[in-house]
Design a binder for this molecule. Structure first.
Ligand code: FES
Length: 108
């Protein structure tokens, strides 16, 4: 059982009975529009999530995320939603300011 709570989207909550899923797949399957400019291939950072809590419930960063972190394009506490795998448990995340859509209302 896993859960994603998107803090600045009015605490929108996604529950899943299936563990070990990519964060972005869970978000998209629940009808939430989330940027993914490179097609979820780990080649941009538009899908990034800002982790508020629960980072220990994700698999550690993979090579693509590590490369962006080394370039300073992922800050500490940021992960790529298309690469990060939610093992089980809950993560509390935020949409980055730069990746907000104009047609969606965010709560902060
Ligand atoms: S969609 Fe491009 S890195 Fe995730």
């Amino acid at each position: 059982m896993s859960r994603i709570v998107i803090q600045n989207l009015f605490n929108r909550t996604i529950n899943s009975d299936v563990d070990d899923r990519k964060v972005i797949e869970l978000i998209h399957e629940n009808g939430i529009d989330w940027m993914h400019a490179c097609g979820k291939k780990g080649r941009c950072t538009t899908c990034k999530i800002i982790l508020v809590q629960g980072g220990e419930n994700l698999l550690p960063m993979n090579d693509r995320e590590m490369a962006f972190a080394a370039q300073g394009r992922l800050q500490p506490g940021e992960r790529l939603a298309c690469q990060a795998i939610l093992l089980s448990g809950e993560i509390l995340v935020k949409v980055a300011e730069i990746n907000k859509f104009p047609h969606i209302e965010y709560s902060e």
